[in-house]
Design a protein around this ligand. Structure first.
Ligand code: SAM
Length: 292
């Protein structure tokens, strides 16, 4: 069977060097595998909720941003809906919106379909299964960095949005969580695996310029925060739950070795920092209006 392939980007190695991780992967591989089950995503979300210096409520931020920038009645679509928590809150806060959802994860689709009033289906952001001019509001929350062709995804958002409709995108800012990123990359490289994240396809600046290409009335808000830990266990849990994003799920032979090195790296860094761990992070929310 001939599978679609794409080339992974050049990524950072240790000590700021750049290494070429030029390997071909199937389009259906690490991201799809990572989200086949949502357990790891839930661990990461829960860690942000519990261990952020400033209360981390990204869903609340996106909802508040929506009420400031977008129509609050009509038809809305959440692309890459994940756990469905956002849609649950949207249905309470914005009852005049008819809510649709899609994701390439069957578990995400099932979770969203369980929410009263939400119409959920399997759907790829690069080829949305909806007619043109269908939605007054379209969200793409923390998905764009996973997509092999972010520009095509933004064009798809513009295609399914109605003239006068609003597209809202959220994503992490480049350089977020430098310490956790470093210990994970170091563990991967030390067992001979490439330090290649599947969440590195589009940074916040690229996302903003893509939105500016397709939409008018761009509004952008940035929120700075940090993860703060004073014990090891939640850092380890978060880092281990991130390995699938690097294409190293527990089913992979090297997973155990990576976890062993990772735990040691975290313990060493934690001790060197005097039993504290502070990792800066930022997100941006970008809204654009479709004018035709
Ligand atoms: C980091 S999670 C974010 C989930 C949710 N939007 C949130 O902010 O909590 C990324 C989500 O994007 C979905 N996803 C990844 N690639 C996708 C694609 N090509 N089309 C649609 N969804 C995709 C994953 O299955 C996962 O649910």
């Amino acid at each position: 069977m001939s599978l679609p392939v794409r080339r992974l980007r050049i990524l950072r190695g240790l000590g700021g060097q750049r290494t070429i991780a030029s390997r071909l992967v199937t389009a259906a591989s690490p991201v799809t595998a990572e989200y086949a089950r949502l357990d790891n995503l839930r661990v990461r979300i829960e860690t942000h909720h519990q261990y952020s210096a400033i209360k981390d409520d990204i869903e609340g931020l996106v909802l508040a941003f929506t009420t400031r920038t977008a129509p609050t009645s009509g038809v809305a679509l959440d692309v890459g809906c994940g756990t469905g928590e956002f849609l649950q809150r949207a249905s309470n806060l914005l009852p005049e919106l008819e809510l649709h959802a899609c994701d390439t994860s069957p578990e995400a689709v099932a979770a969203s379909a369980r929410i009263a009033g939400v119409i959920a289906q399997f759907g790829d952001a690069l080829r949305l299964p909806y007619s043109s001019n269908s939605f007054d509001v379209v969200w793409l929350r923390h998905v764009i960095y996973h997509l092999s062709n972010p520009r095509l995804a933004v064009h798809e958002l513009a295609r399914v949005a109605r003239p006068g409709g609003t597209v809202i995108l959220s994503t992490n800012c480049a350089g977020s969580l430098p310490q956790i990123t470093t210990v994970i990359e170091s563990a991967l490289l030390s067992v001979g695996l490439p330090a290649v994240s599947t969440a590195d396809e589009c940074d916040d600046k690229t996302a903003l310029s893509l939105m500016e290409e397709s939409f008018a009335n761009i509004q952008c808000e940035r929120y700075d925060n940090s993860l703060e830990f004073n014990h090891l266990e939640p850092i380890v849990r978060y880092a281990v739950a991130s390995l699938g994003v690097y294409g190293v799920p527990p089913t992979r032979a090297a997973w155990k070795s990576v976890v062993t090195v990772l735990c040691q790296n975290i313990a060493d860094k934690f001790a060197a920092n005097g039993g504290r761990w502070s990792d800066p992070k930022s997100v941006v929310l970008i809204a654009g209006r479709l004018i035709q």
